[in-house]
Design a protein. Structure first.
Length: 148
């Protein structure tokens, strides 16, 4: 289990900002105005491992084919619901897609994904940025794959 420490916990002001920004992003991404932010943000919908409740989180992403790559801070707790793999729903660019999410806390995997997402970062910058981060890989399912 990952323990939240002062090193990987987002600053208080940032957490307060997200309390305002997240509901706004959820509204924008579900609205006809999603095009303003949907090239960079999506909604990931997943089930809480303990509560069984559905959660919706706006998050930045990078897409390569049917793979989505997400990097988040270990200080947030939502990603822990994806531990061990989880079925998710992704609301991206005005459409909903089923997918399967896997997480990695391996620094070399995170650095590799950072190179894909941010090719302009140097190796040193990737190493610094990767500290305290979690990589989430979502494999999107083909539309007819779930209908079998």
């Amino acid at each position: 289990m990952t323990q939240t420490t002062s090193q990987n916990k987002p600053p208080r002001l940032w957490r307060m900002f997200l309390k305002v920004q997240n509901p706004l992003m959820k509204w924008i991404l579900r609205s006809p105005f999603h095009f303003v932010v949907s090239r960079v943000y999506l909604l990931i919908i997943f089930t809480g491992r303990k509560s069984g409740r559905a959660y919706v989180t706006p998050i930045q992403y990078s897409q390569q084919g049917n793979m989505l790559y997400i990097i988040t801070s270990k200080g947030y707790t939502w990603w822990k619901n994806l531990h061990g793999g989880a079925e998710v729903q992704v609301y991206m660019r005005g459409k909903s897609y089923p997918g399967h999410a896997e997480i990695s806390t391996d620094p070399s995997m995170i650095s590799t994904l950072l190179q894909k997402i941010y090719p302009g970062l140097s190796s040193q910058q990737r190493t610094r940025f990767a500290a305290g981060k979690v990589a989430i890989m979502v494999a999107l399912q083909a539309e007819n794959e779930g209908a079998r």
